[in-house]
Design a protein around this ligand. Structure first.
Ligand code: ADP
Ligand code: MG
Length: 366
């Protein structure tokens, strides 16, 4: 079929149904799988609750990342969903059934633990067959082999876990979990034991396998790049609460607070005086991404700033980091030290006078 590119292809321009939430828009999932409602957990002797009023839902087959710094309550949230921790308040619904009181093994949820929890004395094949032990032997054998094939470990079925690399062990753990076709898989920092290159490769494989199996997943991570790379949506947590939830794009482009702006990517936080869709700053009047009024903090991404060499410029380069595909510059303008990401083209040096221009909407923060 040949498209006339001068015409808007009607069939491609449909709109996804969007659902308004207080924190953003998102495509409505086909069907809700999991509903987490106002979960709370205050450990004895804890200064404040580890998890406070955490609510979100998850569609069938959707992949959500719980992202936040160490100690913000990600693992505790995941453990309450899995049944390893009892919430003080709130409930967990799986396909509309209240599972809050059920033990882990009665929930029908799969887990991939950080240390993979493989049985060291069992072969790869027997590890994968473990979850299928209630099935007839021939069936479980066939299913386990199919799963090993799916995760790319065909031919390694007789090996013991210690004879595999970290990435391969991760795949065995995933094959074992997916063998029983759980509607939901919970993963707590599943890539943290892998080296950097392996991590990038494995996380894409894991996403693909989950999608192929049709399983939804919640991935706990403190790595923003990992969350953006694999998740359909991200829930950003801070001190026990979910502070923003949305697609990686939405959150990156429209962070609600300085915390989110700086945790998901890098951001310059400026001050300004807003008047509707415009804000007055030391960089001149700039358009806002959403309306605001009065004194505001603003998020400006380093790649939204243009840097030009200018002997009469009011700013100067105070630091530089060459990264191959681009370069980072730290530029002093008045009291502000501004981070700029610039193409790999012409190089500026520390001490060079420059002019900064912001060439995009800036985001007002709460
Ligand atoms: P994260 O996974 O985001 O790093 P956690 O959920 O593990 O965070 O921990 C959240 C908070 O709860 C931390 O302050 C941690 O010290 C505390 N915490 C976690 N588990 C327990 C426990 N079993 N007993 C007491 N405090 C705990
Ligand atoms: Mg944790």
């Amino acid at each position: 079929m040949v498209y006339d590119m001068t015409q808007t292809p009607k069939i491609l321009s449909f709109k996804m149904p969007a659902e308004a939430t207080p924190l953003g828009f998102r495509p409505r999932p086909v069907r809700t799988l999991l509903d987490v409602k106002r979960l709370r957990k205050h450990f004895p002797h804890g200064e404040s609750p580890a998890v406070e009023r955490v609510s979100f839902d998850l569609g069938e087959g959707e992949m959500l990342a719980l992202l936040g710094p160490s100690g913000c309550g990600k693992t505790t949230t995941l453990r309450m969903i899995g049944g390893f921790e009892t919430p003080d308040e709130g409930c967990v619904l799986l396909r509309e059934r209240d599972i809050t009181e059920l033990p882990p093994e009665a929930r029908g949820i799969g887990f991939v633990f950080q240390d993979y929890a493989l049985f060291p004395h069992l072969s790869v094949l027997d590890n994968v067959k473990f979850g299928l032990r209630r099935q007839p032997r021939a069936e479980s054998e066939a299913r386990a082999r199919q799963m090993l094939d799916l995760v790319g470990l065909k031919g390694l079925d007789k090996r013991k876990p210690h004879e595999l690399s970290g990435g391969q062990q991760q795949r065995v753990a995933l094959a074992r979990t997916l063998a029983v076709a759980p509607p939901l898989v919970l993963m707590d920092e599943p890539f943290s034991n892998l080296d950097a290159a392996m991590r990038v490769e494995t996380r894409q494989d894991v996403r693909k396998l989950l999608k192929e199996a049709g399983s939804a997943a919640i991935l706990v991570t403190h790595d923003q790049e990992e969350a953006m790379a694999v998740a359909d949506r991200i829930a950003v947590m801070d001190r026990g609460r979910v502070v923003q939830i949305g697609t990686p794009d939405e959150i990156y482009r429209n962070p609600v607070s300085a915390f989110v702006a700086s945790f998901l990517g890098r951001s310059n936080i400026l001050r300004g005086t807003a008047n509707g869709m415009e804000v007055q700053t030391s960089f001149g009047n700039l358009p806002l991404s959403r309306a605001a009024n009065g004194a505001v903090s603003l998020s400006v991404r380093p790649e939204q700033i243009m840097l030009e060499r200018d002997p009469d410029g009011t700013a100067s380069v105070v630091g530089r980091e060459f990264r191959g595909h681009d370069q980072l510059y730290w530029v002093q303008q008045g009291d502000h030290c501004i981070l700029v990401i610039s193409g790999a083209g012409a190089t500026l040096n520390v001490g060079d006078r420059v002019q900064l221009r912001i060439c995009d909407c800036v985001v007002p923060l709460a």
